[in-house]
Design a protein around this ligand. Structure first.
Ligand code: NAD
Length: 439
């Protein structure tokens, strides 16, 4: 099949490359010329394990190209995917629809023959219906243009696997236009459906809400264990042992119960805020007030981390702090709303000299937080440190030993913001070890 993908960021570039991997002819469309130049050259403009190979293989096979031309894209295919960003509006909690709306208002007037636009971006419920009206008004093909919603659940760090072997596919279709979108989606995903990946067809609003609810649930699970971590800190209990113990209950499950400095990134924080804002617009404000507390608990963990650093150093003013990790999670270079950089920034504002090292996110970190210090390795970052903070659980940091760091630090103090180190190993070597929610 011929397919276009509008927006070639984390979601779109992965989707485009993986759809080509499934054998389709794919055209990726973006407005960022620098990003397009890299992708055309077979270079992924961000860090995502395994994606570069898929990209290069499919460019070489002639199944994957990139363009900035909406005219070319409109002519190219009947099936269009929309994967542009939906960030938090500046100074508000709602999602900003300017990029999504721009795609429809630019593409629709060019659609002279029937087409289906499958939205993948995370959007407020009601968006697909609104875009459908807008697209049919603007398109020369009129009623032949349809919007469906196919929310994306990929995780950065596992994006290729999650796209080619998702837990499930969800497709929201316009109930007034039955049949066509579902038939096309079944053709696009035929290989996945052969593997019996669950395929749920819903109305548009349900599909949009599935994504918002999934993220709200995940955020709640993390904040739940972080709230329990606060009680563990007050009572001397160990949240990591507690999480193992409650996680054995299949109704609870161990995954996503890792206490630490909380969630961040380009999805969960802005998605729960947009969900609350949308519920308010719909008159259902009461329903999601608990998400405000989920957000509060999450942000409090960052403050707690700063307190632990201050306690460790005595005073932050004039202290030297090493921050290991800048990405919001390991195996990603994404620093959007990263708890690690937020903590690093707060500590610097209180007068400490902060040096950051991350295996993949250095360029993005420098662009977002240019005033922080940066080092080329973990050991360099720890030179003369009064405290070492592990804020992203990269494998490289989990593998560090007390013997690696002891020769370079000023004080043998390590604060484990992700509970990813072995406290016994560090304490036995004479270090002061602090975790979150652990004695
Ligand atoms: P991103 O910022 O990495 O990518 C967005 C891309 O869209 C950019 O390359 C930008 O240049 C491009 N763009 C902006 N306006 C455009 C236009 N008018 N035409 C064509 N391209 C345009 O964002 P992302 O992380 O890929 O997220 C995209 C959407 O997917 C969001 O709604 C996000 O919530 C959702 N999502 C993301 C993930 C993830 O892990 N990143 C997972 C699931 C869902």
């Amino acid at each position: 099949m011929r397919i276009t993908v509008f927006g070639t960021g984390y979601l779109g570039a992965t989707h485009a490359a993986c759809m080509a991997e499934l054998g389709h002819d794919v055209l990726g469309v973006d407005v960022d010329p620098a990003k397009l130049a890299k992708l055309e050259a077979g270079e992924v403009p961000f860090w995502e394990p395994g994606l570069e190979e898929v990209l290069q293989r499919n460019i070489a096979a002639g199944r994957l190209r990139f363009t900035s031309s909406y005219e070319e894209a409109a002519q190219f295919a009947e099936v269009h995917f929309l994967g542009v960003g939906t960030p938090q509006k500046k100074g508000e909690f709602a999602a900003d629809m300017i990029y999504v709306d721009a795609v429809i208002s630019t593409l629709a007037p060019l659609l002279t023959s029937p087409a289906v636009i499958f939205g993948k971006s995370t959007v407020p419920v009601g968006t697909a219906e609104r875009l459908g009206v807008m697209a049919r008004e603007l398109a020369p093909a009129g009623d032949g243009v349809e919007i469906a919603w196919n929310p994306e659940f990929l995780r950065e760090g596992f994006a290729v696997k999650d796209t080619l072997h998702p837990d499930r596919l969800v497709l929201g279709v316009d109930r007034d236009r039955p049949g066509r979108a579902e038939a096309l989606a079944r053709e696009v995903y035929a290989q996945l459906l052969d593997e019996e990946i669950p395929f749920l067809v819903t109305d548009l609003a349900t599909a949009e809400l599935v994504k918002a609810s999934a993220n709200a649930f995940l955020a709640t699970k993390i904040s739940f264990i972080n709230a329990i971590a606060e009680v563990c800190e007050a009572s001397g209990a160990d949240v990591t042992v507690l999480a193992d113990a409650i996680g054995h209950d299949a109704r609870i499950g161990r995954r996503f119960l890792n206490a630490g400095i909380g969630f961040g990134g380009g999805c969960l924080p802005k998605d729960i805020r947009a969900f609350m804002a949308r519920a308010g617009e719909l008159g259902a404000d009461q329903a999601l007030t608990f998400l405000r507390e989920v957000d509060n608990i999450n942000m409090r963990r960052r403050t707690r981390m700063v307190e632990l650093a201050r306690e460790a150093c005595g005073t932050l003013l004039g202290s030297r702090v090493a921050v290991l990790g800048a990405a919001f999670k390991p195996d990603s270079d994404d620093v959007r709303d990263s708890p690690a950089l937020n903590v690093a920034g707060q500590i610097q504002l209180q007068g400490a000299a902060v040096t950051v090292y991350d295996p993949k996110a250095m360029d993005n970190s420098r662009a977002l937080f240019p005033t922080l210090g940066y080092s080329a390795s973990a050991l360099d970052a720890c030179q003369g440190a009064d405290a070492v903070l592990v804020l992203t659980e990269w494998k490289e940091f989990r593998a560090l030993t007390p013997a690696d760091l002891a020769p370079v630090v000023r004080s043998k103090t390590i604060i484990d913001g992700r509970n990813c180190l072995d406290p016994k190993m560090w304490r036995d070597a004479g270090w002061t070890y602090r975790g979150l929610g652990r004695p």
